[in-house]
Design a binder for this molecule. Structure first.
Ligand SMILES: Nc1nc2c(ncn2[C@@H]2O[C@H](COP(=O)(O)OP(=O)(O)OP(=O)(O)O)[C@@H](O)[C@H]2O)c(=O)[nH]1
Ligand SMILES: [Mg+2]
Length: 223
């Protein structure tokens, strides 16, 4: 849940990259760190790992100054995907304003994706987050691999769901910005009624997204 400090005119938001073990959450964050041209971009913090597996979380802080002077701080977190770290996952998800669910496109990972999505819904409910209205994007990552579920099949499977589907190869830096941009648009729509971003802070949807993305370095390989 967004934190607003009236005295310092600061709005702090939290976005969580959730998903099964090894789906590419940390890689998404690393690529965002490399590709985003945001003015207010902090260093990426990798808190603790064991053989490159997240044990606690990764963090990438971003920021944007609205025309009114309001400072919007966005903290991007990843959860540890391994099943055993559920209490940490729940703690990281706490008070999230938005989620990027990073699924693994490989056919071998269908059950793990489903289990992790169910775990997200369960933890969100336990934490009192309104899962139905939570801004969210579902990203199918690892599109560069061979044995993956076809795009048309995934689109059909998810056609009844309210969340946008995106396709990515985080390893190659493809689709990572698109997924994040889709989340930012939803986040703005969710926050504007409560924080009068347009009326009081002269910040429209485009300005919010452009400000947090910055001049993107490149989202396509080879450029
Ligand atoms: N081929 C391919 N490999 C990827 C892609 N994204 C990530 N990987 C690889 O998948 C492995 C796991 O990536 P991470 O980003 O560490 O995965 P994670 O979701 O953070 O994993 P946990 O921290 O254990 O939950 C690494 O070897 C990555 O290089 C992708 O788009 N394509
Ligand atoms: Mg990780």
């Amino acid at each position: 849940m967004a934190e607003f400090d009236n005295e310092t005119q600061r709005l702090t938001l939290k976005v969580v990259f959730y998903g099964p073990a090894l789906s590419g959450k940390t890689t998404n964050l690393t690529r965002l760190h490399d590709l985003l041209g945001t003015d207010l971009k902090g260093e990426m913090m990798v808190l603790e790992t064991q053989n490159d597996r997240t044990l606690f979380f990764d963090l990438l802080p971003l920021g944007l100054r609205a025309p009114s002077g309001l400072l919007i701080k966005l903290k991007l977190f990843t959860v540890p995907g391994q099943t055993v770290h559920d209490s940490t996952r729940k703690a990281v998800l706490s008070r999230a304003d938005g989620v990027v669910f990073v699924a693994d496109s490989q056919t071998s990972q269908i059950a793990n994706n489903a289990e992790s999505f169910h775990n997200l819904e369960l933890n969100a409910t336990r934490l009192g987050l309104d899962f139905a209205s939570l801004p969210m994007v579902v990203q199918f990552n690892k599109r560069d691999l061979q044995d993956i579920v076809p795009k048309a099949e995934l689109e059909q499977l998810w056609s009844g769901a309210p969340w946008p589907l995106t396709f990515a190869s985080a390893l190659q830096g493809e689709g990572v910005i698109d997924s994040f941009a889709a989340l930012l648009g939803q986040l703005y729509d969710h926050l504007d009624p409560d924080y009068a971003l347009l009326l009081e802070h002269q910040l429209d949807r485009q300005g919010f997204c452009d400000g947090l993305l910055g001049p993107v370095v490149s989202d396509t390989p080879g450029n």
